[in-house]
Ligand binder design. Structure first.
Ligand SMILES: C[S@@+](CC[C@H](N)C(=O)[O-])C[C@H]1O[C@@H](n2cnc3c(N)ncnc32)[C@H](O)[C@@H]1O
Length: 551
């Protein structure tokens, strides 16, 4: 018969006590039936909770299940007797399924890339959190017992996420000192080792900036079987955790919640600026540089939540990358392209990423299409904050042979089309008193790219820059900023055409960066220009060409 389970969490204690009370009540005829029924109901609620959470929480991966099984079936007493472990480790140390998935969820939600764990044991929590990290994420796990690294490593090796875990054997405090000396910093920390040292770990982490601004510290066992709030507690660990919880609760550097999950999980967030840092306020310059503009630090100032954007020519190439970037930054995006099918495909991509988007088929060289595009965005979303006028075409011919047809076609899309979009969007934005217009110009506005011949393209894009400068200065006092981006030679399917492909080597020798631009190289620029962080910028031509225009 397996040994009776020792209650380890507040709920398990409640269940244990209710079972004892129920047994007493059953053997006592003088206990009213109503009281027995209340006892049974309380027992049903308490005893069903953990099981229900287990069943409803997303199932663990195979390597995690294997790690759990290996941990609970291992003879830890024997391992200690054989001198393999310094301490007698109870298998109950293991972070189980529900808490493991909670930690993984927190890694995802905080978008952590670097996690620090203090107290790894057999690595269940470490592997759970590693599963929540991106491909290039990293988790440093501190553990005193060398045997535990050997124990965990074979299962880490079976998981595609195991390579993200670096185990540091030794006293956790020594490892923290080593990490601080190396200038390491983490987005999330999980403290789950010797309870009487929690406060020292916590302070060392904050005092030495091992946790980044707005990072999260999770701490396990902070309810400690209820001993943190029970009056008769004499237990050393219970008292240490009571003191720890109070210390964190009083600490102005952080905000804390204690979630009654298993034996208590504290979630502690390092606040952006220590709002209660009154003790140091006289010594610092308490301005927008320190606190952020409107309380928003720089990355938050580039967030586009609540903004409405459109991108023309968004069915492929640069426009598609712009639509994704604006959507990733939080904007709703109208995806505009001449080709309805391509626009719809990009909308599908955005929707899969949780971005609100809808397609519009429009030819920007046609005034009626441009107005229909603007009207449909306003009728759907009521406003337009960000106008990305990106649609453009490029044709090649020697200047002496350039036909009026080629010239007109190029200008109709690249310059007249951009003007019509600016004007139609601008009318909406001027009424709103706010807008960000971002036109796609080209490095060809500055230099004459060669050896290909593209007179009409170069001239039309130079026109886009002058259009941008003129509107940018004319409208800024009414809240509308107009800027443009000038990409160098971008690696799109277009330049893999038979006529252009042979030129790639020639171009590369003219580019200090030694490569063509990828559409992803342009994404941060459009987000910056669309955001409030660039409010003082107008009429600017932001050139992104790997240095090509400088040679
Ligand atoms: C509760 S267990 C950790 C459980 C683990 N987080 C998990 O996910 O399963 C505590 C671990 O902390 C380790 N530990 C205790 N004191 C330590 C110290 N001073 N430095 C490093 N590790 C320590 C123990 O060896 C033990 O493996």
């Amino acid at each position: 018969m397996p040994p009776a389970k020792v209650p380890d969490t507040p709920v398990e204690h409640i269940v244990d006590l209710l079972e004892k009370a129920k047994k007493l009540a059953e053997g006592n005829g003088s206990i009213p039936e109503e009281l027995k029924s209340y006892l049974q109901k309380a027992l049903d609620i308490a005893s069903g909770l953990d099981d229900y959470l287990e069943r409803m929480t997303t199932q663990e991966s195979e390597p995690l299940a294997e790690l759990y099984k290996k941990t609970v079936s291992h003879d830890w007493e024997q391992a200690h007797k054989e001198g393999k472990t310094i301490f007698k480790l109870p298998k109950e140390c293991v972070t189980g399924h529900v808490e493991g998935q909670t930690l993984k969820m927190l890694v995802h939600m905080s978008q952590a890339k670097r996690v620090l764990e203090i107290g790894m044991f057999t690595g269940y929590g470490a592997l759970s959190m590693a599963e929540g990290l991106p491909e290039d994420g990293c988790l440093v796990a501190c553990e005193l017992e060398p045997y535990l690294k050997e124990f965990a490593q074979p299962i880490f090796d079976k998981s595609p996420h195991g390579k993200k875990i670096i185990v540091k054997i030794g006293s956790a405090m020594d490892t923290l000192k080593e990490l601080a000396a190396a200038g390491e910093q983490f987005d999330m920390v999980f403290i789950d080792a010797d309870k009487n040292n929690y406060i020292n770990y916590y302070n060392y982490i904050l005092d030495n900036n091992l946790l980044r601004l707005q990072g999260v510290i999770c701490v396990d066992n902070t309810l400690f079987k209820g001993k943190v709030y029970l009056k008769d507690t004499t237990d050393e660990n219970g008292l240490a955790l009571r003191q720890f919880n109070q210390f964190v609760s009083d600490d102005p550097r952080v905000e804390q919640v204690i979630v009654p999950l298993r034996d208590g999980l504290s979630i502690i967030r390092r606040v952006p600026v220590a709002s209660a840092c009154s003790s140091v306020l006289g010594k610092i310059t308490d301005d927008e540089v320190f606190r952020g503009v409107g309380g928003h630090l720089i990355l938050d100032r580039m967030h586009l939540g609540g903004k409405v954007a459109y991108v023309t020519g968004a069915g492929q190439g640069i426009g598609r990358a712009f639509a994704h970037a604006l959507g990733e930054a939080g904007a709703k995006v109208a995806v505009v392209d001449m080709d309805q099918v391509k626009a719809a495909a990009v909308v599908t991509e955005l929707s899969l990423k949780g971005i609100l988007a809808f397609p519009i088929a429009a030819d920007v060289s046609k005034p009626e299409d441009v107005q229909r595009m603007i009207d449909s965005i306003v009728s759907k979303w009521g406003v337009i904050h960000i106008a990305c006028n990106n649609a453009g075409i490029n044709m090649n011919s020697n200047s002496e042979d350039t036909s009026l047809e080629e010239w007109d076609q190029t200008f109709n899309v690249n310059l007249r089309g951009t003007f019509m979009c600016c004007q139609a969007a601008g009318r909406v934005m001027l009424k709103q008193g706010y807008g960000k217009i971002i036109n796609t110009a080209s490095m060809a506005s500055l230099i004459v790219p060669h050896p290909q011949k593209q007179l009409s393209y170069n001239t039309s894009k130079a026109g886009v820059v002058k259009l941008t400068q003129t509107l940018g200065t004319e409208w800024i006092d009414r809240g509308v900023r107009v800027n443009c981006i000038s990409p160098g030679i971008v690696d799109t399917p277009l330049i893999h055409s038979e006529s252009l492909r042979p030129l790639v080597q020639r171009w590369l020798s003219d580019i200090p960066a030694g490569r063509l631009a990828q559409v992803t190289d342009l994404q941060a620029a459009v987000v910056y220009l669309a955001s409030d962080a660039s409010d003082y910028m107008t009429g600017h031509n932001l050139v992104i060409e790997g240095g090509q225009s400088l040679w």
